[in-house]
Design a protein around this ligand. Structure first.
Ligand code: PEP
Ligand code: MG
Length: 561
């Protein structure tokens, strides 16, 4: 079976299908009440002892506490009493009785305006799901309760679910939907977990299998693989580890081409924890901090204070190294319920990112103030996403100026010369780059969006992924135009879209005149290695033929080696 590569690497493990088992419950009455009741007793015992076992074997205090609480819930007399009552009084089959009881318990907790109780509602759902997988006899699990060495299989995994994945337990994941630059795929690469997306039919084929092996780069999936294949995979995993060890010789090296041109390799992150992997991999700074995940993790917008703490921690972790903080880029595949945004027919072309922020100063100003305050603790830069027009930059800068004035009046220190940049990810901005460059201190090219808008191909749609290509000459021409625009105004230009880590293109990007690459931490050393062995004059010679290419196949021919 095959899907699309989202994150490279070899892995295998026990299959865990992530699905909402609540959706599998069909409303039904039973003709054999005694059977439902005795099944309930039998399954209750299994669930409680399973949870006790999990809590005994848990490796952290947090896990122990979760499993203890879950086993108490599973044995809770009022929970059990309600299930029995529904079976006796309404003749419901066991699965329906469990689902109805869980939903009514969850509703009570959810009605309380408190994050702690809302979490308890999720606990009830987890415990009830355990009952349901047994009552319905299906192989399914929840992200919050995983064994070791598992491969997750799901229709889709949302970006916030991906962020909850425990890297020590999950060997890989596979989804039915999604494209290679969906945010789910991007997080998989940040976590350095092999992943395949767009694997149509995987849920059905995996339903009766127990183990799966994947090749994340070739996007190949092997259900219930032979021992021979697993041995081969062990060798590949060992080779990958050796390759990574070899790359470590570049850890302290400078990102300078063979003929002496200084570049830099930065990292894309979305959390404080991510800085650890960046430093471990020799990252020279942060080229993109995706702040929207901070907003997605919460039930309400994070306050100025909590954002300040978040940015300050990252600034301190990175010391003198630059940290580029991108302002809220919500919308598209990144949803935030509490913003109360109306559903749209074309969310990627809709009300998102800077368009929301310019409208909603109640969201934008606390973020800008928090970044400014944190700029006193490190080398911070501000970057605005989804800029389409000159006027948007002017307005964003005006709001930033107001924030600076306010902080100044409040005697709060910040870096008054903080650098301001924009993402070039809309073709309009690339075309107008010479004009826009006059207003800012740097550009960063966001190829993930630039490609989808240039070729009019939804980055999430796996049916169109043959059109979505880093090698499309239309995209490369826009990148060239952006760099020329930046050069005219004398400002640096980096790239933080996933194209920056496409190793076949490092030379071309150097030849076009890119100053910095911002990639996931796992790609830092391989990009640096490519820079060190490159000669900029030679790289430049590649440019005319690429710009003259008539389609991506012609470009691919130039770079296939
Ligand atoms: C991009 O569009 O290339 C980018 C880096 O931003 P995001 O992937 O978060 O949209
Ligand atoms: Mg983008």
């Amino acid at each position: 079976m095959i899907g699309k590569s989202a994150s490279p690497g070899f892995a295998y493990g026990k299959i865990v299908i992530l699905e909402d088992v609540f959706e599998k419950v069909v409303s039904k009455t039973s003709t054999d009440i005694d059977h439902e009741l005795s099944e309930f007793e039998r399954i209750s015992k299994i669930v409680v002892s399973e949870l006790e076992e999990l809590s005994k074997n848990a490796t952290t205090e947090d896990q122990t506490a979760i499993f203890e609480a879950h086993s108490m819930l599973a044995a809770d007399p009022s929970f059990k009493k309600d299930i029995v009552k529904l079976i006796n009084e309404k003749s419901l089959v066991l699965s329906c009785a469990v689902k109805e009881t869980a939903l009514s318990f969850m509703a009570k907790f959810e009605a309380l305006d408190d994050d702690y109780f809302k979490e308890r509602a999720l606990d009830i759902k987890d415990v009830a799901s355990r009952f349901l997988t047994k009552a319905l006899n299906i192989n399914s699990s929840s992200l919050r309760q995983l064994d070791n060495d598992v491969v997750l299989i799901a229709k889709d995994i949302t970006p916030s679910q991906t962020a909850q994945i425990d890297k020590d337990k999950v060997r890989a994941f596979i989804t039915e939907v999604g494209g290679i630059t969906s945010h789910t795929a991007i997080i998989a690469r940040t976590l350095e977990i092999p992943a395949i997306v767009g694997a149509r039919g995987i849920l059905e084929s995996a339903a009766n299998a127990s183990v799966v092996a994947i090749d994340g780069l070739k996007a190949e999936i092997f259900l219930d693989p032979s021992n021979d294949l697993l041995e081969k995979w062990d060798r590949h995993i060992e080779d990958d580890t050796k390759y990574k060890e070899m790359l470590f010789k570049y850890i302290d090296a400078e990102s300078v081409t063979e003929d002496g041109h200084q570049l830099s390799v930065l990292a894309n992150i979305s959390s404080v924890e991510d800085t650890e992997a960046v430093l471990k991999n020799g990252g020279e700074g942060i080229g993109l901090l995706r702040t929207e995940f901070l907003f997605m993790e919460h039930k309400t917008a994070p306050s100025e204070e909590s954002q300040f703490e978040f940015y300050k921690k990252i600034a301190l972790a990175m010391g003198d190294r630059p940290v580029t903080i991108r302002t809220l880029d919500i919308g598209g595949d990144k949803e935030v319920d509490y913003l109360g945004l109306d559903p749209e027919d074309n969310p990627f072309l809709g009300y998102r990112a800077i368009r929301i922020c310019l409208d909603r100063e109640d969201l934008f100003k606390p973020q800008l103030r928090a970044i400014l305050r944190a700029s006193d603790y490190g080398n911070l830069k501000i970057m605005f996403p989804m800029i389409a027009t000159h006027n948007e930059i002017i307005k964003a800068k005006e709001i930033l100026e107001t924030c600076k004035k306010e902080l100044h009046a409040e005697n709060i220190s910040f870096d008054p010369d903080i650098k301001i940049g924009i993402m070039i990810e809309i073709p309009a901005a690339a075309v107008m780059s010479d004009v826009l460059a006059e207003e800012v201190d740097f550009f960063s090219i966001g190829t993930n969006d630039l490609i989808q808008y240039t070729i009019a191909v939804d980055r999430m749609n796996d049916k169109l992924s043959n059109l979505y290509s880093y090698f499309d000459p239309s995209v490369i021409r826009l990148i060239n135009m952006t760099i020329e625009g930046a050069n005219k105004a004398g400002i640096p230009v980096g790239m933080c879209g996933s194209m920056a880590s496409e190793l076949q293109l490092t030379e071309l990007l150097i030849g076009l005149g890119l100053d910095s690459f911002s990639v996931t931490s796992g790609s830092i050393l391989s990009v640096r290695k490519n820079i060190i062995i490159a000669n900029k004059d030679e790289c430049h010679k590649l440019v005319p033929s690429v710009l003259a290419a008539k389609d991506k196949e012609e470009v691919l021919k130039i770079f296939s080696f």
